[in-house]
Ligand binder design. Sequence first.
Ligand SMILES: [Cu+2]
Length: 221
Amino acid sequence: MSFWGQLNLMDPASPIQAEMLLFHDHAMVLLIGIFTFVALIGVNLVFNSFSSRTMHEAQQLETIWTIVPALLLLWLALPSLRLLYLLDEQSGSGIVLKSTGHQWYWSYEVPAANIESFDSYMVQEPDLQYGDYRLLEVDNRASLPFDMSTTVIATSADVLHAWTLPSMGVKMDAVPGRLNTMGMFIESPGIYYGQCSEICGANHSFMPIVVEAVDIVDFLA
Ligand SMILES: [Cu+2]
């Protein structure tokens, strides 16, 4: 992949991540509005001649400037709650990817396809092929079918790790002795990259995550 391809954020490849992007834009509308308003008032204050210094109260104004921010907060909170509950949805499909964090690599299991645990190590720099992403390629990719609901389970064998796949809107702690679960819906075939997102030790930066989304027929084959 090209240099320029690495400078922007990854495109969403799941409905949840697309929703998160929309929510980000939604929040930015409010933030830019508030920042602009406050900046205008600030500038106005500099040139203010204090013509209303004898005014002690303004009930109507105070009512308005209490209610309007409350409504704005509601406007932010409701879509946020909706997204929170959407994130919690679990798929009913039996296709589960179990990922176990180790210091410092991931191992995967796909019980539905009878794939027993295999390790996924980062490709070292001298072994990279032309066009590979440095620090992101792995020797064994996890494979999942696209266009259907899947479930990812994360756990750890040693310390805290975090299984993260930005294009899917998945970021989940991998905790020893505990199984964390998130639903995932991959919309299109492709190769998706992520990284461990919990400072887990010396080689934390060198345990990337790669999921290859394939056709269900190829997946089962
Ligand atoms: Cu880690």
